[in-house]
Design a protein around this ligand. Structure first.
Ligand SMILES: Cc1ncc(COP(=O)(O)O)c(C=O)c1O
Length: 392
């Protein structure tokens, strides 16, 4: 029997890693009086594009905005079908609907939780115009196969890289020379945070130009400095655009976080390696499988339980972790289970069997740079204790 000692203090599921450097940069930004979109946002776009190896980066106020703008810029609209995964956050699918198009869901590959390219191919019809694969949890979709389908059927690819900053496909960073677009999230829990925020990257001059228009109220030219001396005050609204731009207080955070990314990633990796090593020793749980082609960003650590070896289900497993003062989350309740989607599309049990099975088994554990060694050891001990107590 383990000598498990319950700790008094709760371990939150996630905390952002913010230092005095971020505080100073935000302070400087406020004192500069340039608090809306301005020079820091432009600098963040340039540094981000250089970091991932893309030609263009357009800073937005969320990844949701970036996903929406990516599809609009590719001309997706009413009558079009766009294939995506049920194992994602709602905005991946909702932004397809926002364009007037129809989301079509393809089941996941059970080994990674990412969309299965064979399932994507089965869902392609003459109306299909795009694929939105999600690099789920920081795992990486099989991009050669997805872009292979895109080339064969003439489809646009908008990669949902909300979790994929620092993920690599065959050694190259996600976002490095993308053939379509990649959208990142800088929400509070992400590997790099601006509080709320997002970035769209592309190598296409045309998508970049259109994205800036769609995200900037549809204005004909980049108008953030139109109030400066000699700034061009006249503009056209050439699309009914959106107010989706990032602003300089967010970019101030982003610039410092980007400069600290390597250090923060190293800490994530160390914790993930411990979890991988320790959970591999426990038969009733299954650590994430990382394919040879992938480098995981470790945005999320999604542990899968094996309910057939336990007397409790996933919900109770989460309750037991909570009882032991370990915060958790679940990524994700399938979009296809959400009432907005079941009402609209009539999905029923059995439509996406791999997604259903995956959902019943998952729990996301604490994984962030400021999680101490003692805390991550404790998370491992708590999981071991639960498995010992509830093993069949
Ligand atoms: C897979 C996925 N896509 C898109 C988003 C939306 O990101 P944001 O909150 O920046 O709009 C999220 C949010 O976490 C996500 O998990």
């Amino acid at each position: 029997m383990s000598q498990f000692q319950k700790r008094d203090k709760f371990i939150p599921y996630n905390l952002p890693d913010l230092t005095e450097a971020e505080v100073h940069e935000v302070d400087d930004t406020l004192r500069s009086l340039w608090v809306a979109k301005g020079p820091r946002t432009v600098k963040f776009e340039q540094e981000f594009a250089a970091h991932v190896g893309a030609k263009h980066a357009v800073a937005m106020n969320s990844c949701t905005a970036a996903l929406h703008v990516a599809l609009l810029s590719a001309g997706i609209g009413p009558g079009d079908e766009v294939i995506t995964t049920p194992m994602t956050f709602a905005s991946t699918a909702s932004t397809i609907i926002h364009c007037g198009a129809t989301p079509v869901f393809a089941d996941i590959d059970s080994s990674t939780g990412c969309i299965d390219p064979d399932e994507v191919e089965k869902k392609i019809t003459p109306k299909t115009k795009a694929i939105v694969p999600v690099h789920y949890s920081g795992q990486v979709c099989d991009l050669d196969r997805i872009y292979g389908l895109a080339d064969r059927y003439g489809l646009f690819v908008s990669e949902d890289g909300a979790h994929a900053l620092e993920s690599r496909y065959k050694g190259r960073l996600i976002g490095c020379r993308p053939k379509g677009t990649v959208s990142y999230s800088f929400y509070a829990t992400k590997n790099l945070t601006t509080g709320e925020g997002g970035m769209l990257v592309t190598d296409s001059d045309e998508i970049d130009a259109k994205a800036r228009i769609w995200a900037g109220q549809g204005m004909s030219h980049n108008a953030w400095n139109r109030y400066a001396k000699g700034g061009a005050w006249r503009y056209d609204i050439c699309e009914p655009g959106f107010k989706y731009n990032m602003f300089d207080i967010q970019a101030a955070l982003g610039l410092v976080q980007l400069s600290r990314l390597e250090e923060m990633q190293a800490k994530r990796l160390k914790i993930a390696e411990k979890y991988q090593r320790e959970f591999a020793k426990i038969d009733a749980v299954e650590p994430p499988f990382v394919p040879d082609y992938a480098t995981h960003s470790w945005h999320l650590y999604v542990l899968r339980i094996r309910p057939e070896l336990l007397t409790i289900d996933r919900d109770r497993f989460i309750g037991e972790l909570n009882e032991r003062n370990v915060g958790t989350s679940v990524h994700f309740i399938p979009v296809t289970d959400m009432s907005a989607y079941t009402k609209r599309f009539g999905f029923k049990k059995g439509d996406f069997p791999n997604t259903e099975k995956h959902f019943e088994r998952i729990v996301s554990l604490p994984l962030y740079p400021t999680l101490s060694e003692e805390e991550s050891d404790y998370v491992v001990a708590a999981v071991k204790d639960i498995v010992e107590k509830f093993h069949k």
